[in-house]
Design a protein around this ligand. Structure first.
Ligand code: A3P
Length: 317
């Protein structure tokens, strides 16, 4: 939870031309972990899923794992998602053992599917050079802020903070543009047309999951039959994922709760699964303040939220 200032040993200057010396970076795992990630060995056939927390990572991860594993639904149902496709930062956060930080990832057979929430400049240097396939999923910040609040409480954080207070805290933190989250997404947005990157949004997955599945298959050079697409749509529906014990992060949450030993609220990981759910969860006043913060950041980049979400101009957010 406590973020510390960190600096990578080098920046991805081959990917993006910008003044990297101005990029303020923080990470809760600290400098030694950041250095270790920088030097991490990346395999050519790795597939990376990178997101900001609560943007639909799990949804896309299960989709990717199935595409990469010949639509083996039985295997998917018999092992936790976090074991099949590890979260890079997790093992260190739980065990604080730098030497074995990447053990779960290193134990995987190729092709590996690796999840990370780290921003582009903190990802392994070999990733910028080897350019393995990378999928980035973005989501409306108003929805991911609400979603983060409930996830934090599921782990015992912010137990005496209301949702409105939490949103105000996020607004305060991101007031000075560019915020950490907007830097995270805009760096990948700029790279969205690179052949090794597939950039999408939670909202696009909600609008047309069929299309996203087809796009991913093409991106990963896999073929899929119409019957398999139907199976995928069924397996990846919110209702099915909510019922599936391997997709609700029980494996990870149990370890975090055992470590923190705090009181927590047992919220469903698959909570609402809506685009625009914030509208009936936040007051008009908080929504206006959030929109102001978001707009300030968008103005900094001269972008609209619809552009970042790959939605057409008229989509109501
Ligand atoms: P909500 O809390 O708004 O319901 P992540 O995996 O990045 O942590 O994102 C979790 C969010 O994605 C949660 O949002 C969760 O309900 C939503 N989600 C996961 N699978 C989904 C699905 N199949 N359909 C719709 N939303 C899904």
């Amino acid at each position: 939870m406590n973020q510390v200032l960190v600096q990578p040993k080098a920046y991805p200057t081959n990917l993006l031309q910008k003044d990297w010396s101005k990029r303020k970076l923080t990470h809760r795992c600290g400098q030694a972990f950041v250095d270790k990630v920088h030097d991490m060995e990346v395999r050519d056939d790795d597939v990376w899923i990178v997101t900001l927390p609560k943007c639909g990572t799990t949804w896309m991860q299960e989709l990717l794992w199935l595409v990469m594993n010949d639509f083996d639904f039985e295997a998917a149902r018999s092992e936790h998602l976090e074991v099949r496709t590890p979260y890079l930062e997790f093992n260190y956060e739980i065990h604080n053992d730098l030497d074995h930080a990447f053990a779960p990832v290193e134990a995987l057979k190729s092709p590996r599917l690796i999840k990370s929430h780290m921003p582009l400049p903190l990802l392994p240097q070999q990733l910028w050079m080897k350019k393995p396939k990378l999928i980035y999923v973005y989501r409306n910040p108003k929805d991911y802020i609400v979603s983060r609040y409930y996830q934090y409480r599921s782990l015992g954080y912010f137990m005496s903070t209301t949702l409105a207070e939490f949103a105000l805290k996020c607004i305060e933190e991101d007031r000075a543009a560019p915020s950490k989250d907007f830097e995270h997404v805009t760096e990948f947005y700029e790279l969205r047309n690179e052949p090794w990157i597939y950039y999408t949004s939670f909202e696009r997955m909600k609008l047309n999951l069929h299309q996203v599945i087809e796009d991913i298959c093409k991106f990963l050079n896999k073929t899929i039959s119409e019957a398999q697409i139907e199976q995928m749509l069924q397996h990846l529906s919110f209702e099915q994922m909510k019922k599936n014990p391997k997709l609700n992060h029980h494996w990870e949450f149990e370890q975090v709760r055992a470590k923190l030993k705090s009181e927590y609220e047992d919220n469903n990981f698959m909570r609402r699964g809506k685009a625009g759910g914030y509208k009936d969860e936040l007051s008009a006043d908080i929504i206006a303040k959030l929109e102001d913060m978001i707009q300030r950041n968008l103005d900094h980049y001269d972008l609209s939220l619809n552009q970042l979400l790959l939605l057409d101009d008229k989509a109501a957010l």
